[in-house]
Write a protein that binds this ligand. Structure first.
Ligand code: PMP
Ligand code: GLU
Length: 394
């Protein structure tokens, strides 16, 4: 008998993590799987960050930390926001968490009441919709397509707003489409929101530095949006620190105080050693990690070029992050190797079984016509993976 709560029974498993686990399992069975499912840089954490962590251990950083983060880390975050985003925050507006994922969960739990609607431009990052649902919110998906680079227009936003709309959550650069909202596009969205002063925005900027076109814009930079925007960021992506689990927000102080309160009852402050290491990461110039961004850019060109040679796969040109999000719907209804492919999940499973390449179905991101391929893998692996995909689809 299933005695679990309705809440957990209605929750989906994270599709990105599930696919990564499946790939791991197949590898253990001796299969040569190329994993392009997980959004995780394949670089090592930079040495100067590792050195700061080692120092922290030697200096006996071992106690509980302040729930919302060390004061010195908050100072580093404040300086980072000023330096990179022209945003001014006080310490009371910053909360450090165990990954940006926890930052997002905190926000949902302190902002949403039962039935509150959260607008999610599709495709959205896999966990947004379940985090919203887990906290009583109702995700409202706004469909976009490859023709407008998977970005939500001001008109689409306006059409999705109802009296129940509480928030909008988006990432730019976007996981999974790689799309980057320009300042003008964000301004057009902010203009719509002028008519709806009670709608809040979550601007997830975790891929900020993995941007190949420059011109990162934060919603909170607009004076009229500052008091209702929660800026989420973290070190997992740009500093190759996924396992260190540090994310943070800059927010109106009443929201930050509430996030501090919930975190105090759930996890307490984030890991002490990781926080000390992140001080070093954020105080460094972003130039220190440019070698990774340059490499991601090369890989993007490589994978786009290779995929363009496969019939029936069409891609937008991602401007940031490390994913391509090809539309593969032309394969629906086709039979390959005796297997009929009806949807993106079956397509991704087909690639896993017949090409030994792990990707993630677009359904998980709110777009059933696409799959997500992470190119946070070596150029050799990318070449081999696309070659195998091409053969499996021939
Ligand atoms: N937001 C986006 C858009 C992401 O891709 C990720 C990846 N994990 C996160 C938030 C969460 O990052 P983390 O918890 O590792 O800081
Ligand atoms: N954000 C990464 C991804 O989208 C990591 C996996 C996860 O946290 O879901 O693949």
């Amino acid at each position: 008998m299933n005695q679990l709560s309705d809440r957990i029974n209605s929750l989906s498993t994270s599709a990105t993590l599930a696919m990564a686990a499946k790939a791991r399992e197949l590898r253990e069975q001796g299969k040569n799987i190329i994993g392009l499912s997980l959004g995780e840089p394949d670089f090592n954490t930079p040495d100067f960050v590792k050195a700061a962590a080692k120092d922290a251990i030697d200096q006996n950083y071992n106690s509980y930390t302040p729930v919302d983060g060390y004061g010195e880390l908050k100072d580093a975050i404040i300086t980072k926001f000023k330096r990179d985003n022209a945003l001014e925050f006080e310490k009371s507006q910053i909360v450090v968490s165990t990954g940006a994922k926890q930052s997002l969960y905190n926000i949902a739990s302190v902002m949403l009441n039962e039935g509150d609607e959260v607008i999610l431009p599709c495709p959205y990052w896999v966990s947004y919709s379940d985090i919203v649902k887990l906290n009583g919110g109702v995700p409202v998906e706004v469909k976009t397509s490859i023709d407008n680079d998977f970005k939500m227009t001001a008109e689409q936003l306006e059409a999705a707003i109802t009296p129940k709309t509480k928030m909008i959550w988006y990432s730019s650069p976007c996981n999974p489409s790689g799309s980057v909202y320009s300042k003008a596009e964000l301004r057009a969205i902010a203009d719509v929101l002028q008519k709806y002063p009670n709608i809040f925005v979550v601007s997830d900027e975790i891929y900020e530095h993995i941007n190949f076109v420059g011109g990162h814009c934060s919603m909170a930079q607009f004076d009229d949006m500052y008091n209702r925007t929660i800026t989420v960021n973290g070190v997992s992506k740009a500093f190759a620190m996924t396992g260190w689990r540090i994310g943070y927000i800059g927010a109106p102080d009443w929201i930050a105080r509430a996030c501090n309160k919930i975190q105090g009852q759930i996890t307490s402050g984030a890991n002490c050693i990781a926080q000390r290491a992140v001080i070093a990461a954020l105080e460094a110039s972003p130039d220190k990690v440019k070698y990774m961004i340059d490499e991601f850019k090369e890989r993007r060109q490589l994978i786009l070029g290779l995929l363009s040679k496969i019939d029936g796969i069409s891609c937008n040109e991602p401007e940031g992050a490390f994913y391509v999000f090809p539309d593969i719907s032309s394969y629906f209804g086709k039979t390959l190797n005796g297997q009929t492919i009806n949807n993106a999940s079956e397509f991704a499973m087909y690639l896993l079984e017949h090409a030994n390449v792990a990707t993630v179905t677009g359904d998980a991101f709110g777009n059933p016509n696409c799959i997500r391929i992470s190119y946070a893998a070596s150029q050799e692996q990318i070449i081999e993976a696309v070659d195998r995909i091409k053969t499996a689809l021939a």
